[in-house]
Design a protein around this ligand. Structure first.
Ligand code: ZN
Length: 347
């Protein structure tokens, strides 16, 4: 069997293990409930999330939600986030995607642009604004100023962002966008193409919502970087990487006490992808500090082995430190300082 046929077969088989998944009528796509927006709350069986199975060699496997407009090109990392068991042909998929992405016919899926966007000043007359800023302040034990909000590219009201930047087209339905605007507070991505929102209400099924501002397919730069003063002339730059934006704020305020450095949240890109981004962009002398979440039932030793393998060659070139919160019952640093018990490793 050719690699392509094998890929099609394993991909299809794996996707069909997802709860409630079905083929679309032409069998060219597999359909299930959206893992990103939680899909329709009103209709517990309706499905809006499509994954396109490559039909001929060179077709990219892409996914798309008709409700929240989350979309992207499939990778094994993305796939593993949906599956109960790990996808068993990661190399096959990733090398296929890498090759197919270079084809002219797939040009529409590449996003190399950094969008120009202005961060709106939070509108304090909006009844939801105060509530959302308080959510962050209380959760982290901090006191955000308007200046902080602009500097950290925090988006308090989605519609203000869209209006200020004259983005007319909504990514999802009007109703869904209203809920994001009212209940969510988030961080604008590195390329200004996404907002990674934390849901502070209970009207959307998910805790996190990724808002795709321009409807791009490529989410490889959807991670977040916090602006901070760095002096590259004086010794190594400390680069702090967490999984999410709120944890990053906690690290910045309570662990490093706002010390100079680069602060990034990998947001679905993975630590490896984020580290690779910094190295590709001409890095210098750096020390990486990464802050993985303590997941339930996590076997730390095997996790570190996996991380070492993924980060591979980089760890021989740059010191990589791992810091986790060992405070009982807490999984990350997105909390008040009294619940932080940092534990340090070096790999
Ligand atoms: Zn969705």
């Amino acid at each position: 069997m050719s690699n392509f046929m094998e890929l099609r077969e394993t991909l299809t088989k794996s996707l069909l293990t997802i709860k409630g998944s079905t083929y679309t009528s032409g069998k060219s796509e597999i359909l299930f409930r959206c893992p990103y927006c939680g899909d329709s709350k009103k209709h517990s069986t309706s499905k809006h999330f499509y994954v396109k199975i490559p039909h001929v060699e060179g077709d990219l496997p892409v996914y798309y939600c008709h409700l929240c407009n989350t979309k992207g090109v499939l990778s094994s990392k993305t796939l593993n986030a949906w599956l109960d068991e790990r996808f068993d042909a990661p190399q096959l998929l990733n090398s296929y995607v890498k090759k197919a992405s270079k084809l002219a016919k797939n040009r529409q899926y590449a996003n190399t642009k950094v969008y120009r966007l202005q961060v709106p000043i939070p509108n304090m007359n909006d009844p939801y604004t105060f509530k959302k800023i308080e959510y962050l302040n209380n959760r982290l034990g901090i006191n955000l100023t308007v200046e902080d909000i602009l500097r950290f590219k925090i988006i308090v009201n989605l519609y203000d962002l869209l209006n200020l930047n004259k983005v007319d087209k909504l990514s999802g339905s009007k109703n869904y966008t209203d809920l994001i605007d009212e209940d969510c507070i988030g961080f604008l991505s590195r390329d200004n193409a996404y907002v990674n929102f934390r849901n502070t209400g209970n009207r959307i099924n998910k805790r996190y919502v990724m808002y795709n501002i321009f409807g791009v397919w490529d989410n490889s730069r959807a991670f977040y970087i916090m602006r901070s003063d760095v002096d590259i002339m004086n010794g190594p730059v400390n680069i702090h990487i967490t999984e999410g934006g709120i944890t990053l704020m906690g690290v910045y305020h309570h662990i490093t006490k706002q010390s100079p450095g680069i602060y990034a949240a990998s947001i679905g890109t993975g630590f490896e992808g984020t580290i690779r981004y910094f190295l590709k962009n001409g890095l210098f002398d750096a020390v990486f500090h990464i802050y993985p979440d303590m997941d339930k039932g996590m076997d730390e030793r095997s996790y570190f082995e996996k991380l070492k393998k993924n980060i591979g060659e980089y760890r021989f070139l740059y010191p990589i430190k791992i810091i986790q919160n060992h405070y009982p019952g807490e999984k990350d640093f997105g909390i008040t300082p009294d619940k932080m018990k940092p534990n340090y490793y070096e790999i």
